[in-house]
Design a protein around this ligand. Structure first.
Ligand SMILES: *Cc1c(COP(=O)(O)O)cnc(C)c1O
Length: 488
């Protein structure tokens, strides 16, 4: 059990235990919780390399959580079981000039399962520790993958309700059906007439609305978040960076102790930040490539030190990265510049849409891939290796190629592979051959199966024939009203 204190990114006097931070999701002033100090991994890499995924998860998570060993083991055993279609949970696959860390073997075929299959267990444990008897209402904004992974995690979990907001016209057909066919009496799915940033801003403002919070508390409800603003989402993601490193050593890519690189397809900056925490805990990482699509606000930030969201929003073929306000960057900023500066910069971001800082972290750099570059990467890599990447993974791979050319860095590269190609079948197939443009996304799954030799994953087989159970649509400025009506 760790006695780690969590503090706010905008005010260090805001303090919480891990359980409190997980239940609250966000600080009362709108800031995010960060660990006061990042714990060091005391066990040696040699020792860790002997562990299974679950045992490794225990070693990492116990440094961050205030749970007893028994509580933590129960969380881990409940989450990382046969829900994953591979015993390794997060296999590392060597193809061409890279290693692919396949994080999409869970129920919803995206890396969000890695954290969202354990978050409900964290919340129940935290609620028990804190003596909370209220019903926990999870509010979630999604760019496509978080929503389904959160629904899958919380559906049927006693003492919880979950409401998911997704951009009605900004997700793939499979993503949409995955959410609108979700079963479970405690689930609610809403399409909003806006984009992810609209949904995320509305949800954040509900969390910090004191009046609404008090009204709901009287009715026996407590809000929390399943978005990566919740520290309970980030911590489980640290584990697979250790796993990837140890597996790459096992596969002979490098010697224990030498440095490895990661390319991470980035949206809200949660995944890559977990990798950065792993490095701060002692994992030998040489460099992180923060990969963006056409919404390259982070690329510009890492080049210039100026974060500027005043720009056109692009709906792309990698929709889970279509984000202009990367919430978790606030955590990195706070680690770099402290609470006072972060508070000022976040105020500037909300008022003027931009701020500038001096970037002192040199181990992260930005790259981006346009849509044609993403398509070309999928096609070329399939031609060379027979391996099919999804559109998000392909953004990271294309970014890696640019980084390699510019930096001449020869350390081994892990491409953090965030989704199954089946989740974005239509775009993946169009990348392979334009002739598929006119064909049905669901029929194409069978073509992809033949081409790739990878079976259609069980959770989405026949999804086009399932009954739609959710058809709520909501204006972006009516999200709060919707929540009130639904709960009160
Ligand atoms: C959420 C998501 C991302 C972006 O991850 P962040 O933690 O938000 O940066 C990338 N790829 C896929 C497939 C995703 O679902």
């Amino acid at each position: 059990m760790a006695n780690l204190t969590y503090i706010g990114t905008r005010d260090q006097s805001i303090k919480a235990t891990a359980s409190q931070a997980i239940l609250r999701g966000i600080c009362p002033d709108g800031g995010l919780y960060i660990p006061e100090t990042i714990p060091h991994m005391e066990k040696s890499l040699e020792e860790l390399s002997k562990l299974s995924y679950r045992e490794l998860a225990f070693e990492v998570l116990s440094l961050f959580l205030d749970f007893t060993d028994e509580e933590l083991r129960a969380c881990i055993d409940g989450a990382y079981d046969e829900k994953f279609d591979t015993a390794e949970i997060a296999p590392l696959v060597q193809k061409g000039d890279a290693f692919f860390l396949e994080l999409y073997h869970g129920r919803t075929l995206a890396f969000k399962d890695m954290a969202l299959s354990i978050l409900p267990y964290f919340m129940k444990t935290a609620a028990k520790r804190e003596g909370i008897d209220k019903e926990i209402v999870i509010l979630t904004a999604t760019s496509g993958d978080t929503g389904k992974a959160a629904l899958e995690g919380f559906a049927g979990v006693e003492g919880t309700k979950i409401i998911v907001f997704f951009p009605e016209d900004g997700v793939s057909p499979v993503q949409k059906l995955q959410m609108t066919t979700q079963e479970g009496d405690n689930t609610c799915v809403v399409g909003i007439l806006g984009n992810f940033d609209d949904a995320q801003s509305a949800v954040k403002s509900i969390f910090t609305d004191k009046e609404l919070g008090e009204e709901l508390a009287r009715q026996g409800y407590l809000f929390s978040s399943a978005n990566s603003i919740n520290i309970g989402r980030l911590i489980p993601q640290i584990v697979y960076y250790f796993r990837a490193y140890l597996d790459a050593v096992k596969q002979g890519a490098l010697n224990m102790g030498e440095e490895i690189n990661f390319a991470v397809p980035t949206g809200n900056f949660g995944d890559i930040l977990a990798g950065w925490y792993a490095m701060k805990m002692g994992l030998p990482v040489g460099h992180f490539v923060c990969a963006s699509n056409d919404n390259k606000v982070l690329y510009d930030f890492f080049c210039s030190g100026t974060y500027d969201r005043n720009r056109q929003f692009h709906v792309t073929v990698s929709p889970s990265m279509d984000i202009l306000i990367s919430s978790n960057l606030e955590r990195l900023l706070c680690h770099m510049t402290g609470q006072q500066a972060t508070k000022e910069d976040m105020a500037k971001l909300s008022e003027e849409g931009k701020y500038s800082v001096e970037i002192t972290e040199k181990k992260i750099s930005g790259e981006f891939a346009t849509e044609p570059e993403t398509y070309a990467a999928i096609k070329k890599f399939f031609g060379e290796t027979g391996y099919v990447m999804d559109t998000h993974t392909a953004v990271a791979y294309a970014a890696y190629q640019k980084y390699k050319g510019e930096s001449k860095d020869t350390r081994p590269m892990v491409i953090v592979s965030t989704a199954s190609p089946y989740k974005f079948t239509k775009d993946v197939m169009m990348a392979l051959d334009e002739k598929y443009a006119s064909e049905d996304a669901f029929a194409l799954m069978h073509v992809l199966e033949k081409l790739s030799g990878v079976s259609i994953p069980e959770p989405i087989r026949g999804i086009e024939n399932r009954t739609i159970l959710h058809n709520n649509v909501c204006e972006r400025d009516k999200i709060k009203d919707f929540v009130k009506r639904y709960l009160l």
